[in-house]
Design a binder for this molecule. Structure first.
Ligand code: GLN
Ligand code: ZN
Length: 766
């Protein structure tokens, strides 16, 4: 008998993003919901069959979603706020889309539910809203329908639900605050899940998977009790034959493992990639129930490299020392990896064989399970194992000796910029001659259809490089003149030449690879296609210097150079697994450092190094924040700019304001200026800046660029006053809260004019 194989979840967007195209087509009025439903059904069938053909025993169902699985769970539990229910759509999909994206039309006008990043991934979930008026009960049939849909195809699936603990911990009340868990709420939620179990039993399901990734976070007082009280109410609803798999991922559950064992789950899913050591230690200490199956999450759902079978077999064996009941599983849902390497001919077979996307990972799960039960002779004879071993024997890519030598030669001094920031700030003020409350933007200006069309024509060879460059120069001339015209103080060149802030740099650095079709869902129908770090990273030649110095040559005002920082480039790429993230980030830091110094040499006096994704990979456990991340991520940023002259001003930018808890680390990046998002009314971060004695000059965004709304001068004045109540005017910058590339010119220019007017009004009375 071979060990049981299980997949946590499968990508639903489709190998050619069919679901995206179908749903967006519906939104644009090109076709009706019938088309969307049919596409969805086709995709579900295709994905189930793919898994069945690969020999997966526990194939997930209800992992499909039109938009987001957390939103689906909210709807299933009847957590649909009145403002959406009141729109009274005839089709449930329309209510779902209204919750996901807002609705403006003849039925009413509502904004969307807030969206947040799903743990440390770049996937975003919709935040469920629960308040006193919410009547939690099982009110939907999606999971049951999909189970039956598969059954009708002859495929017996394992229904997957976002678990009650994770659901409640992610939900917020109408004021966006965490919930207080009173008994009524806990009972209602538990009862709904218990009913779902009963229903699945009636339908003939054998395994049900409850996803509880929230269990890998640090526990607050009351969390363990909440978890226990939910499941002591739910588990008795298991009818004969229905088994419950408690699935955890993105880290370890060592602090509740004993409780989990005592609750008597039929299966426990453990992430043996991200939570390996702690999970193994907990299993070693507390064992497992006699009939409990441990699901060894050994196939990485967060990266795209081939699995190292020898390592995975070692992990399966480690669990088998505790119990014979071990299943082989993906470490988390495969939602976070692209569909298949099949279409990536451009990579060449020698390169491509190192990668396993979702479809290929199915085969890995299967092969690992077979090998886990093979005796030594069979293993020695196994071609699969030998072929896998060959991928890891020897060197995949020759190390870049020059890069290694540069890194080895670094000393502590290379991570420290001198003189101290206070002294630099004084000299910069003098050298740059900026007024109080200097105004600036975050870098990009609207990427109009015209700009994107020009890039597409260049790619297709319909426009030659010279004409394209001339086109970009025209855009720069235009944007510089307009910024001067409205009176901004620090100008930008507009980033018209960039497709994406990471891809643009990746394409110009050694060590990166690009795929044709390796899309991953980011939110709703939006997908991203991260580049792959394949080898050691270094810079071939200057990347941005030409454009920045051209822009500077067109004006007497200061033009800010614009770069993406090393941590963000790594976090938005597929990192290597053969060397540490720390090392990859340092290599990137050296490459960007070269660019910084070349910009400076070319006469650029202000340089912004964006770290938009710095917080994304902050470990989930507080005890890991420094040791496993910040202790190298922050110095890597310092390495990028430590060698510039005191009068060269270094800016950074972050796309969020939740950095209260790491505010000292952000200050330790030792930038001269930071701009960040500070949506209206979010004063917490201003308090934190005040309390922490934050040294970096700061531009908390004075208006929200994520909306087409044009803010009035008065409301920006009000916003600046709020900022000045908390910060010293000599340290305040005035800017929007993020780049303007997704906006149109119609709203961008009036908004910026109002921003400059508001700043002048405030300056006049300081
Ligand atoms: N400089 C980039 C821009 O303006 C920053 C983008 C971002 O913060 N995501 O587009
Ligand atoms: Zn941003």
């Amino acid at each position: 008998m071979t060990a049981l194989t299980s997949v946590s979840g499968f990508p639903r967007i489709g190998g050619d993003r069919e679901l995206k195209k179908s749903i967006e087509g519906y939104w644009k009025g090109r076709h009706g919901l019938d088309e969307v439903r049919a596409t969805a059904r086709r995709l579900r069938e295709r994905h189930w069959r793919l898994q069945a053909d690969a020999g997966i025993d526990l194939i997930p169902s209800n992992d499909f979603s039109y938009y987001d699985q957390v939103l689906d769970t909210a709807i299933l539990l009847n957590a649909v706020p009145q403002r959406y229910a009141r729109l009274a759509f005839a089709d449930p999909e329309d209510t779902l889309f209204a919750m996901a994206r807002g609705y403006q039309g003849d039925k009413g006008d509502v904004t969307a539910l807030p969206m947040k990043k799903w743990f440390t991934t770049n996937y975003h979930y919709l935040v469920p809203e629960i308040d006193d008026a919410t009547d939690i009960r099982l009110n939907g049939t999606k999971p049951f329908d999909e189970f039956e849909e598969a059954k009708a195809l002859g495929i017996h699936t394992k229904p997957v639900l976002v678990g009650p603990y994770t659901f409640l911990k992610l939900a917020r009340n109408a004021k966006a605050e965490p919930l207080t868990f009173d008994r009524g709420l806990i009972n209602a939620v538990a009862q709904a899940y218990a009913q779902a179990l009963t229903r699945f039993a009636e339908l003939g399901a054998t395994w049900i998977q409850f996803d509880e990734p929230y269990l890998v976070l640090d526990k607050e007082p009351g969390d363990v009790e909440l978890f226990k009280s939910l499941y002591t109410k739910i588990l008795p609803a298991r009818a004969d034959g229905v088994k419950v798999l408690l699935n955890t991922y993105f880290g370890h559950i060592a602090d509740v493992y004993e409780t989990v064992v005592l609750l008597g789950f039929d299966g426990i899913g453990l992430d043996l990639i991200e939570g390996r050591d702690e999970n193994l230690a907990a299993v070693g200490k507390y064992g497992a129930g006699e009939s409990t199956v441990l699901f060894a999450g050994v196939v990485n759902g967060r990266n795209i490299w081939r699995n190292d079978y020898a390592a995975s077999l070692g992990l399966v064996d480690a669990l088998r020392r505790v119990t014979p009941n071990v299943a082989v599983a993906t470490a988390c849902s495969l939602l976070h990896v692209p569909f298949s390497t099949a279409g990536e001919d451009g990579l060449g077979d020698d390169v491509r064989r190192h990668f396993a996307f979702a479809a290929e990972k199915l085969g890995e799960v299967r092969e690992i399970a077979e090998l886990a039960d093979a005796d030594e002779d069979a293993k020695r004879a196994s071609e699969a194992l030998a072929a896998n071993q060959a991928l890891f024997d020897g060197t995949r890519v020759a190390p870049d000796q020059a890069v290694a030598a540069r890194l080895a030669a670094l000393t502590d001094d290379d991570f420290v910029r001198r003189p101290a920031r206070a002294e630099r700030q004084r000299r910069q003020r003098e050298a740059l001659g900026l007024p109080l409350l200097p105004t600036t933007t975050i870098g990009s200006f609207p990427q109009t259809a015209e700009v994107r069309a020009a890039r597409a024509r260049l790619r297709k060879g319909e426009l030659n490089r010279e004409d394209y460059d001339a086109f970009i120069r025209d855009r720069i001339d235009e944007v510089i003149a307009r910024q001067e015209g409205i009176g901004l103080d620090v100008l930008v060149h507009g980033e018209f030449e960039r497709n994406d802030m990471v891809e643009y740099f990746g394409q110009r650095l050694n060590g990166f690879l690009f795929t044709r079709n390796a899309w991953v869902q980011s939110y709703g129908t939006r997908c991203v296609k991260p580049p792959i770090v394949w080898g050691d990273v270094s810079r071939r030649e200057p990347i941005t210097v030409g454009w920045s110095s051209y822009a500077q040559s067109r004006t007497d005002r200061v033009v800010k150079g614009m770069l993406t920082g090393p941590v963000t480039i790594l976090n938005w790429s597929w990192p290597r697994e053969d060397v540490s993230h720390e090392l990859q980030t340092q290599q990137l830091a050296l490459a960007i450092r070269d660019e910084v110094l070349d910009l400076e040499a070319a006469g650029i006096r202000v340089i912004q190094i964006d770290e938009a994704a710095l917080r994304e990979k902050l470990p989930l456990r507080r005890s890991d924040w420094h040791a496993r991340y910040l202790d190298w991520a922050i110095p890597a940023f310092r390495l990028v700019h430590s060698a510039v002259r005191p009068t060269t001003q270094i800016h950074t930018h972050m796309c969020y304001s939740e950095f209260n808890d790491i505010i000292r680390d952000i200050d330790a990046m030792d930038a001269d200026v930071i701009s960040f998002e500070a949506s209206r009314g979010d004063l917490v971060v201003l308090d934190a800046i005040h309390d922490a004695n934050f040294e970096t000059e700061a531009g908390p965004g004075v208006y929200d660029i994520h909306s087409p709304r044009i803010p009035s001068t008065d409301e920006i004045v009000e916003r600046i006053d709020q900022i000045l109540a908390k910060m010293d005017a000599s340290k305040v910058w005035i800017n929007p809260d993020c780049g303007l590339k997704t906006r149109g010119n119609e709203e961008t220019w009036p908004s910026l004019e109002h921003m400059v007017e508001a700043t002048r009004a405030v300056r006049a009375r300081l």
